[in-house]
Design a protein around this ligand. Structure first.
Ligand code: 6PG
Length: 483
């Protein structure tokens, strides 16, 4: 190939030009990279060039073969198609066209187990597969997402100049770092989404408690959320909640939130987080309750039947709105600390299990910008893990421990008032129960062990002797060593 032809080759390719893929391609082009673009249907490729061709240098291709041939080696190809089968289909199409050491980046919300399988399979063919979390939605993809690449460290060294340049930047640092080998990146992105679900549910519960007990309008609540966004709860999700609550529905003139059907959907990453936590034996109750709250909201028949039998909840109006709002702010913050503590515990457990060597301080650093859970709070998490990378639990970091101590009374008051008023607060309650369980000297698990030994001879351990034991419950009732 002539030198001129070599120079014409693209630095990176993006296949899959729905909004996320197109925006990522535009972000790369805007940052000076030559970007080859491909889509199964040519129309999306043409649309991108027609509407945004002046963002930078694009190499529009139609056939997958042309797309691959238009790339400088080692080729760097970003796949941005639906997780699951569509991703496998694109990989199957690509692999026969690639050379040793080429790099395939899956930037979709793939399940981490699929990524482990794909990375292993492609490695056997000499091709590097990098499962990468990309957070920040369409706006983030265009203007700077938080990027969580996994896979081979050497492959990352080829990707870093691009990914770190197009990512969000906070204090001059890119919100992109190599997370760890094989599926570490997609696992971390999944847990990011699990924490996101918990954060969103906790905010929704905070809204429900205040509105139900004070009768404040969504517009008034929007002002409170804006105020919260200047304090410890300063975050993207608080900011956008204020925007959602302030929005007036053009069709009816009512608050938009009052005409949105109260049935929450999900694309699945929250469910995967809980399934993964169950498999790894990690308690993530705040995240699980957020996933189940979406499921409960999407049970119209059961909801109607139970409401018909028991009647709806009508909460008694509080006469201390200001105090209640301040209490809810503290309860939300304490519950949020628990949700992040659970998410980071899950990531550490998986990292140890799969020998990924994930650095929790890195995650807090790259989540400070670009991603959906970006928040000032993450600076404190970064400091906590930099001060003590082996922190037993985020709750015992000095700063967070002091925050929880300060918030505890309000946390309990809010949950107590909600429970007594019949306002469901599953994520708030699960967060407090997690905190209370971890701090208890004696948990009722001893009763569970006794039950299990009686009906299933599953044995139990003692607090005053080594080994396992079993009681002859249906015999003479004697205890015998069970090892
Ligand atoms: C992000 C978001 C994004 C999320 C979708 C769907 O980090 O940009 O987490 O990846 O998956 O917005 O979210 P649901 O699972 O709630 O449908």
């Amino acid at each position: 190939m002539t030198q001129a032809a070599e120079q014409e080759l693209a630095d990176v390719g993006v296949t899959g030009l729905a909004v996320m893929g197109a925006n990522l391609a535009r972000n790369l082009a805007r940052n000076g990279f030559r970007v080859a673009v491909h889509n199964r249907s040519r129309a999306k490729t043409d649309k991108l060039i027609e509407e945004h061709g002046d963002d930078g240098t694009f190499v529009a291709t139609e056939e997958m073969e042309d797309f691959v041939q238009s790339l400088a080696t080692p080729r760097k190809i970003i796949i941005m198609v639906k997780a699951g089968g569509p991703t496998d289909a694109v990989i199957d199409q690509l692999v026969p066209l690639l050379d040793t050491d080429d790099i395939v980046v899956d930037a979709g919300n793939a399940h981490w187990d699929d990524t482990r399988r794909r990375e292993k399979a492609l490695k056997e063919q000499g091709i590097r597969f990098v499962g990468t979390g990309v957070s920040g939605g369409e706006e983030g993809a265009l203007n700077g997402p938080s990027i969580m690449p996994g896979g081979d460290a050497d492959a990352y060294s080829h990707l870093a100049p691009m990914l770190e340049k197009i990512s969000a930047q906070v204090d001059g640092e890119p919100c992109c770092r190599h997370i760890g080998p094989d599926a570490a990146g997609h696992f971390v992105k999944m847990v990011h989404n699990g924490i996101e679900y918990a954060d969103m549910q906790l905010i929704a519960e905070a809204y429900d408690v205040i509105r139900s007990l004070t009768g404040m309008s969504p517009a008034e609540l929007a002002e409170e959320f804006k105020r919260w966004n200047t304090g410890v709860l300063d975050s993207f999700l608080i900011e956008i909640t204020a925007e959602v609550l302030a929005k007036v529905d053009e069709r009816t003139g009512k608050p938009l939130v009052d005409v949105i059907l109260d049935a929450a959907a999900q694309k699945g990453t929250g469910t995967w987080t809980v399934q993964s936590a169950l498999s790894l034996g990690v308690p993530v109750g705040a995240i699980a309750e957020a996933v189940f709250a979406r499921a409960v909201s999407s049970q119209p028949e059961q909801r109607a039947a139970v409401r018909e039998r028991f009647g709806d909840v009508t909460a008694e109006q509080a006469d201390d709105a200001k105090a209640l709002i301040d209490d809810v702010e503290q309860a939300l913050y304490a519950s949020k600390i628990v949700a992040y503590a659970q998410g980071f515990d899950l990531i550490r457990t998986a990292s140890n299990e799969f020998e990924w060597g994930v650095n929790p301080g890195d995650l807090a650093t790259i989540w400070r910008g670009g991603c959906i859970i970006r928040a000032a709070f993450l600076d404190r998490i970064k400091e906590a893990y930099e001060a003590n990378p082996d922190l037993a639990n985020l709750l015992v970091d000095n700063t967070f421990a002091a925050d929880v101590e300060k918030a505890e009374a309000a946390w309990r008051r809010v949950i107590g008032r909600a429970v007594n008023a019949g306002i469901p607060v599953p994520a708030f309650s699960a967060s407090l129960a997690y905190f209370d369980s971890l701090r208890r000297g004696r948990l009722p698990a001893a009763v569970v062990q006794g039950q299990r030994d009686l009906f299933g001879a599953h044995t139990y351990k003692r607090i005053d002797a080594e080994g396992s034991f079993h009681v002859e419950w249906s015999g003479d009732g004697s205890e015998s060593p069970a090892d």
